[in-house]
Design a protein around this ligand. Sequence first.
Ligand code: ATP
Ligand code: MG
Length: 395
Amino acid sequence: MKKIILIRYGELSTKKGNRNFFVKLLAKNIKNVLKDYEVVIKKDLYRMYIDVDNKYIDEVTNKLSKVFGIQGIVKCYKVNTNTEDIKNKVLDVLKEENVMNFKTFKVNTKRADKNFEIKSMDFNNLIGSLILKNTDLKVDVHNPELQINIEIRTEGTFISLNEIKGIGGYPVGVQGKGLLMLSGGIDSPVAGYLSLKRGIDLECLYFESPPHTSIMAKNKVLSLANIINEYSGNVKVNVIPFTKLQEEIYKNVPDSYIITIMRRMMYRIAERLLKIRNCKVIINGESIGQVASQTLDSMIVINNVTNIPVIRPVACMDKLEIIELSKKINTYETSILPFEDCCTIFLPKHPVINPVLSKCLEYEKTFDYESLIDECIDNVELITDLNPKNFDDLL
Ligand code: ATP
Ligand code: MG
């Protein structure tokens, strides 16, 4: 029996003025995700129908479950809008979908086509008694295990069983692009995922310090980018060669301020790159109080180098909450692979937790960081192909 996938938008359909733009973007994102399948997509301002060969329906549903902006995914059967056809089809559907495991049911009719002669409540009763007669299911209107939805529209009637929950959020890209500072840790991939969820598409920025950091550390970051790219399709990674600048910092700055100054340099570079790459905000995985550079006092002094908004999606989450989310989005196992990051090499024993801005300025005067930043920007490597074949075997 031919099935069709129906998509409900949820939150975005409440944004009246933007609805058209949101829906167009969502359709574009869906097409992108389903580019390997032959699909026909029909959309209006409230829902989308995706027609694909039955044999791909589960694969396609799986892909759709990672598309932000989708609230619900419903596999449904279409039938002509007339009572006899609907009655026959409902019984066929119950046969085809294995409903043996369910004990209770409820029929939920929506009559969008007001010309249809039977009212919703009456139609619920009609179909309900048909099911009672022909199956072992019992009615439970409050807490049914199986909901049978019948949506009566002029263009046809759609019969479906339980809805699959979509991932929610806004269509990726609706807010433009952000520059994610992506390290190999647990926090920043989660921060990236949460930004995508609110409609910010991503470019990533990774600071590498060879030979202090290895090719494996870089590949780990690319793997993480590839995992979060499942929610976007457009993620790119900018790799900044950070070694020289980092070594100058170690040479010229007192131990306790090394991390503070290093992070100020990272923000400066992020701001420069953001402008070149057309991003609107900086995003990172800082979490308040997690380490010395993430106390509010440190954040103020570090953030002082830029006016660009810095979005910190995991700022107020506990580490355990971040870990839970990283497991859910499948980045955790990669994040805990043991490769050194540029922040963890030569970690000072006592990093300052309440740095003073004037001291930072004083230390930064002692070396020509501007030209080193220019060099970083001139030598950035842009990676657009996140095909794991390029890096997985090196992990
Ligand atoms: P963890 O998950 O272990 O905390 P982390 O990557 O969050 O690792 P932090 O030292 O807490 O490490 O760094 C705070 C944030 O700074 C990161 O979440 C990331 O956004 C950014 N960052 C740190 N190191 C790098 C790097 N090498 N390249 C790009 N961004 C980085
Ligand atoms: Mg962290």
